[in-house]
Design a binder for this molecule. Structure first.
Ligand SMILES: [Zn+2]
Ligand SMILES: [Zn+2]
Length: 100
């Protein structure tokens, strides 16, 4: 991490994993779950075209000065060959909904 913050505060980092299939959020604890607890879909994906493993990306936001929330989600495109990775048909809206 870079030293962006002038004051040294203790930052609380919260990490959530978002299922790419059903959108459920799972709090990431010490052990990273491999599968969604709601629908059982895997968080890891493999590109069907080039067969490389595609990692998750995360988005970061700061609800408070000292609280950082990272939401990890499976990539929608292969970073190697740019093939789309959606396995299920999408239900129209790409909106991300949070349940809390
Ligand atoms: Zn799921
Ligand atoms: Zn690929």
């Amino acid at each position: 991490m870079s030293e962006k913050m002038p004051e040294k505060k203790k930052v609380r980092l919260v990490e959530d994993l978002q299922c790419g299939t059903c959108g459920a959020l799972t709090r990431r604890e010490e052990q990273v779950p491999k599968f969604c607890s709601s629908c059982g879909a895997g968080y890891e994906r493999y590109c069907i075209r080039c067969r490389k493993k595609v990692g998750m990306y995360f988005e970061e936001w700061w609800p408070e000065d000292d609280e950082c929330v990272r939401t990890y989600a499976p990539a929608r495109r292969c970073p190697h060959c740019n093939a789309g990775l959606d396995v299920e048909e999408r239900q129209g809206s790409p909106d991300v909904r949070y349940d809390h």
